[in-house]
Design a protein around this ligand. Structure first.
Ligand SMILES: Cc1ncc(COP(=O)(O)O)c(C=O)c1O
Length: 341
């Protein structure tokens, strides 16, 4: 009898450690494992479930990095109670293959010259195609929205229909479209936080309210939206711990506030799999906003957004009325880049 009620499917494509971390996460979210509850050791859990110890260790490492679990030196693993100390991932080992000097300016991705061939292939493909005659669907290319929906589901744990995914001109463009359709009210943003988002909110004529970064958000009264970077707080680098995620969502529900999840660089975690998106915990409350600015280049001006279902139609109508779509060649090239990996 396993001492955690998790069922593993050995025939499934999903690796066992991912199934195990998902199962334990569900137990915490559902309250079966309450805050502060002690978990079995990885050795005992592995023995009970008939898996190797590394499967149990990887599952625990993932949940520790996500902030669902906590370790107390010498005394075992527990369901996290609060605070972001739990979200610290193990130190990353540098390999000799890495370049000896890297630019560390915030916001500037490393563009590897070895990717030049893929880039050229994508644009050759665009040059051979004919652009649509009229204004295309302002929501974005159908193939791109399908590829993005698949990718967001696979890498961020957020299951969405391609019809719910909108192609944008980047994070701030997505934010602008949301601000257009939100009810009146201020916008709460992390402090310190993303300056371009602050400027976008101010330009939309809305007041900015500071949310101290790294602290639980308990009151969103008066704010139409709260803008957060839960996977990797910008610029402090914190992962929002699980209890804080639940507190934020509860505060947003209580105040009728939409949470804008800026998921700008969640592709970059080398030690553990990316922490699932906040939007995966509450699709109705969270607007998920992604960008190619970190994984490809900010100069591309390409991003994507999954608005809450209640706002989707309003956003689409506005964009369509204003011919507010993203440049066709850029979208077309990005389809080719995604398809070629
Ligand atoms: C927190 C944060 N979000 C988003 C972005 C990217 O914004 P955009 O997609 O508008 O280029 C950046 C770029 O530095 C950032 O720091």
């Amino acid at each position: 009898m396993p001492n955690l009620p998790v069922v593993l499917d050995r025939t499934a494509a999903d690796p066992l450690h991912r199934q195990l971390s998902a199962g334990v996460r569900d137990l915490v979210v559902d309250g079966v494992l309450p805050r502060g509850a002690r978990l079995p050791s990885s050795r005992a859990l592995a023995a009970d479930l008939g898996v190797s110890r590394s499967v149990a260790e990887q599952a625990y490492d993932q949940l520790l990095a996500e902030g669902w679990l906590d370790t107390r030196r010498g005394s075992g693993t527990y369901v996290a109670t609060a605070g972001h100390a739990t979200a610290t991932a193990p130190p990353r080992r540098l390999t000799p293959a890495e370049p000896p000097l890297v630019r560390l300016d915030a916001g500037t991705p490393w563009i590897d010259p070895r990717h030049g061939a893929g880039w050229r292939r994508a644009w050759r493909e665009v040059s051979a195609a004919t652009p649509p005659r009229g204004y295309d669907d302002a929501r974005g290319l159908t193939e791109l929205r399908a590829a993005l929906a698949e990718r967001i589901g696979r890498t961020r744990g957020l299951r969405v229909d391609p019809e719910e995914v909108l192609v944008t001109g980047g994070t701030t463009d997505g934010l602008r479209h949301l601000l257009d359709v939100l009810p009146p009210g201020s916008v709460a943003l992390e402090d310190p936080g993303y300056r371009a988002a602050v400027e976008t909110v101010r330009s939309a004529g809305r007041d900015v309210v500071d949310l101290p970064a790294g602290r639980p958000v308990t009151d969103l009264g008066g704010s139409a939206a709260a803008y957060v970077t839960p996977a990797h707080q910008h610029p402090l680098g914190l992962v929002m711990p699980a209890p804080d995620r639940l507190t934020l969502l509860a505060s947003a529900r209580a105040a009728g506030t939409v949470v804008v999840e800026d998921d700008y660089d969640s592709e970059f975690r080398y030690d553990v799999a990316p922490v699932p998106a906040l939007a995966a915990l509450d699709r109705r409350r969270v607007a998920y906003v992604g960008t190619a600015s970190k994984s490809v280049a900010p100069s591309l001006r390409l991003g994507w957004m999954v608005p809450p279902p209640d706002l989707l139609d309003a956003v689409c109508r506005r964009r369509s009325a204003r011919h507010d779509g993203v440049s066709w060649p850029v979208q077309r090239a990005f389809v080719a880049l995604l398809r070629d990996g």
